[in-house]
Design a binder for this molecule. Structure first.
Ligand SMILES: *[C@@H]1O[C@H](CO)[C@@H](O)[C@H](O)[C@H]1NC(C)=O
Ligand SMILES: *[C@@H]1O[C@H](CO)[C@@H](O)[C@H](O)[C@H]1NC(C)=O
Ligand SMILES: *[C@@H]1O[C@H](CO)[C@@H](O)[C@H](O)[C@H]1NC(C)=O
Ligand SMILES: *[C@@H]1O[C@H](CO)[C@@H](O)[C@H](O)[C@H]1NC(C)=O
Ligand SMILES: *[C@@H]1O[C@H](CO)[C@@H](O)[C@H](O)[C@H]1NC(C)=O
Ligand SMILES: *[C@@H]1O[C@H](CO)[C@@H](O)[C@H](O)[C@H]1NC(C)=O
Ligand SMILES: *[C@@H]1O[C@H](CO)[C@@H](O)[C@H](O)[C@H]1NC(C)=O
Ligand SMILES: *[C@@H]1O[C@H](CO)[C@@H](O)[C@H](O)[C@H]1NC(C)=O
Ligand SMILES: *[C@@H]1O[C@H](CO)[C@@H](O)[C@H](O)[C@H]1NC(C)=O
Ligand SMILES: *[C@@H]1O[C@H](CO)[C@@H](O)[C@H](O)[C@H]1NC(C)=O
Ligand SMILES: *[C@@H]1O[C@H](CO)[C@@H](O)[C@H](O)[C@H]1NC(C)=O
Length: 326
């Protein structure tokens, strides 16, 4: 009996497959640290994170096929986890995908600078409060960064402009203040930029128009002023331009429908746009949604809008328009 007890005390099962799979204890220690910083796990997601299971088989962990024992993907989305994100995640240097979306993680996003292979980082819908300017500076492989729906405050770090390979950047529904950094225009691969529902102010930087692949731009529900720069009104790839609920004051250029040939959705509602609705909009044949409510548009609604065969929503109320709607 005592012998059995002694065996149980000293026998610590480690890796079930330790003979077959070379283990990288750096990655294992980083995961254990990560787990320790989680204070709430109501769905018992971490039950499998124990010594009798190879860490490559822990819930949400996927290891590399070519680099045995190296963690390639961590997916813990929607598990109602509470606590902080351990800085040890920054040691998982082969991580490609990190998805912690829809939990209740709080505190600061730790320094993930060593994750040079990281391509997808999804932290949306948590309670994160801080994003240090250099936390992601060296993550040059990042293609998708989504930190929407957190409690991030302060200004948007201009350093995000170093993430040249980003195709989607979502910082929407936070509490960011200050101006939109012009450096975001340096992200040449950028297709989706979502900054809506923050407290951003100042002008929309002209530089945003430098991102030649820009496809959807949503800057709605902020405190932006001035006008939409011509670089954005003259952008051959732009399909969605949504700047609703700001303090933009301008007259739309008469050529807008010709210089935005791919436009699908135009959201200008709740601003101070003035004068005519340009007839050229009738030339932007993909236009399906036009929201112009609550501005100061005057004159006639151009009959050319009747040429838009894909039009689903046309909202014009609360302006100073005259005549019939085509
Ligand atoms: C794990 O991999 C990292 C990165 O390649 C390396 O620096 C570290 O020495 C490895 N650890 C072990 C225990 O093999
Ligand atoms: C992470 O890496 C740093 C630097 O190499 C090291 O000091 C730290 O102990 C590591 N953390 C874990 C949990 O392995
Ligand atoms: C370890 O995780 C496995 C898989 O979820 C589970 O079957 C086992 O009961 C756990 N062991 C302990 C000691 O919690
Ligand atoms: C980024 O990488 C460079 C080159 O390896 C290094 O010198 C620099 O300290 C890193 N930056 C940060 C903020 O970690
Ligand atoms: C990132 O972009 C740079 C320059 O555009 C390119 O040289 C590099 O290969 C890209 N890196 C990755 C991991 O895609
Ligand atoms: C953006 O690019 C311009 C021109 O290449 C450069 O002067 C500027 O420093 C860059 N800004 C950032 C934040 O990368
Ligand atoms: C739009 O782009 C064309 C061609 O690049 C250029 O000739 C024109 O001046 C631009 N218009 C505006 C308003 O920037
Ligand atoms: C209109 O949209 C379709 C798909 O939605 C796309 O294939 C097509 O290229 C667009 N047309 C223009 C002129 O951008
Ligand atoms: C619409 O496009 C045609 C053909 O490119 C052009 O001749 C016309 O002037 C445009 N209409 C407006 C109002 O810009
Ligand atoms: C609306 O525009 C007219 C003429 O362009 C101007 O006189 C008026 O002050 C504007 N009203 C508002 C509320 O901006
Ligand atoms: C509608 O399109 C037709 C064919 O392109 C064109 O002849 C006509 O002038 C357009 N109508 C308006 C009001 O722009």
């Amino acid at each position: 009996m005592i012998a059995v007890l002694a065996l149980m005390l000293f026998y610590r099962p480690r890796y079930v497959h330790s003979a077959a799979v070379p283990q990288n204890s750096t990655d294992r220690l980083a995961l254990i640290d990560f787990k320790q910083a989680i204070t709430g796990d109501p769905r018992e997601f971490f039950n499998s994170w124990n010594n009798s299971v190879d860490y490559c088989n822990w819930n949400g962990v996927t290891c590399s096929k070519t680099h045995l024992g190296r963690v390639r993907e961590l997916n813990l989305a929607g598990q109602s986890l509470e606590g902080r994100i351990s800085p040890s995640l920054g040691n998982l240097t082969l991580l490609k995908i990190l998805d912690l979306a829809s939990n209740s993680l709080s505190g600061q996003l730790p320094d993930l600078n060593r994750l040079r292979k990281l391509q997808i980082l999804v932290l949306k819908f948590n309670n994160l409060q801080g994003l240090a300017p250099n936390a992601l500076k060296n993550c040059s492989s990042l293609k998708l960064l989504n930190i929407g729906g957190n409690m991030l405050a302060g200004s948007i770090p201009p350093e995000l402009g170093f993430l040249y390979n980003l195709s989607a950047l979502n910082l929407a529904s936070n509490s960011f203040t200050g101006v939109i950094p012009s450096s975001l225009g340096n992200i040449t691969q950028l297709e989706y930029l979502f900054l809506y529902n923050n407290q951003l102010e100042g002008n929309i930087p002209t530089e945003l128009g430098q991102s030649a692949k820009l496809f959807q731009l949503n800057l709605g529900e902020n405190r932006l002023s001035g006008s939409i720069p011509t670089t954005l009104l003259n952008h051959s790839s732009l399909a969605v331009l949504d700047v609703n609920t700001n303090f933009l004051l301008m007259e739309l250029p008469s050529t807008i429908g010709n210089t935005l040939p791919r436009l699908y959705g135009l959201g200008l509602n709740n601003n101070m746009f003035q004068r005519q609705i340009p007839a050229s909009l009738g030339n932007s044949s993909n236009l399906s949604i036009i929201l112009l409510t609550s501005n100061n548009f005057t004159g006639q609604v151009p009959s050319s809008l009747g040429n838009l065969s894909l039009l689903q929503r046309l909202e014009l109320s609360d302006n100073q328009l005259q005549g019939a709607i085509p």
